[in-house]
Design a protein around this ligand. Structure first.
Ligand code: ZN
Length: 264
């Protein structure tokens, strides 16, 4: 039988106050998926946590699972990676928050998904060191593709999703949010959810959604292609979730008026 109390590698996805002295924290773990835990007394001066827990930190969580409650107990959290670089600028912070929102949307409670944990830890490491907007967009594009692939929501990109016609050599494609894939020119007209994508964007989407991590700096993709592909994936995610991604709106706004202000 699995012991109920174990030390787990974990990334903090979300935290909220719970009474005056405690927090409820969402953790992503490799073996138990998303866990909601109660950190009793984390706001107290002399708590065992050494202060309230913060999002976008990785650590070893001492978690006690509770069978009859959706809320497990957190007895300790030893930070192993504070990801200070993510806090340096607003854009980087919002990009990392966007990665968290994608994970929160697709990580089911208590569902084992080590690939998702590795993908999140990986993109946060990259964003922690990223300086240029291009890099940030590239990492987010690859990451969003990876999350969709893990969650099993990959759109059909190798043929027209409606008629099965050829879309391989088209100069542009129409990504239908409603039908979940690319449309050929003749099928695109009646679909109001279709986003026009250049052939570069379609090629990049194919690679990102196929798991290729190559929308990275130094590769041949232009800034525009990477940025448009990121946007297309995000719109696709929003359509599947039937709700907007708040972090995407904030990130878009910050990118239009870049600020060099540190976050905290
Ligand atoms: Zn068609």
């Amino acid at each position: 039988m699995k012991p109920s109390r174990l030390a787990r590698d974990a990334i903090v996805l979300r935290r909220a106050p719970f009474s005056e002295t405690s927090q409820v924290v969402d953790l992503l773990t490799p073996d138990d998926g998303r866990l909601s835990v109660l950190a009793r007394g984390s706001y107290r001066d002399k708590s065992t946590f050494g202060g309230p827990l913060d999002v976008l930190t990785r650590g070893v969580a001492d978690v006690q699972r509770r069978k009859r409650s959706e809320l497990d107990l957190l007895h300790g959290f030893k930070i192993t990676q504070p990801w200070r670089g993510l806090r340096r600028e607003l854009t980087t912070w919002l990009a990392a928050s966007h990665a968290l929102e994608l994970v929160r949307a697709f990580a089911w409670p208590r569902d084992r998904e080590p690939a998702l944990f590795d993908a999140l830890a990986g993109v946060l490491e990259l964003l922690d060191r990223a300086r240029e907007r291009y890099e940030i967009e590239a990492y987010l594009t690859s990451f969003a593709g990876r999350v969709l692939a893990i969650a099993g929501f990959v759109p059909v990109l190798d043929a027209c999703v409606r008629c099965g016609g050829d879309v391989a050599d088209a100069k542009r494609g129409w990504l239908s949010l409603a039908q979940g894939g690319l449309l050929c020119g003749s099928c695109s007209t009646p679909d109001r959810t279709a986003i026009v994508c250049s052939d570069g964007v379609v090629r990049l989407l194919r690679r990102a959604l196929g798991g290729a991590p190559d929308a990275t700096p130094g590769t041949a993709w232009t800034e525009t292609v990477v940025s448009e592909a990121r946007r297309a994936i995000d719109l696709y995610v929003e359509y599947r979730l039937e709700r907007p991604l708040l972090s995407r709106r904030l990130l878009d706004r910050a990118e239009r008026s870049p600020s060099r202000e540190p976050v905290a």
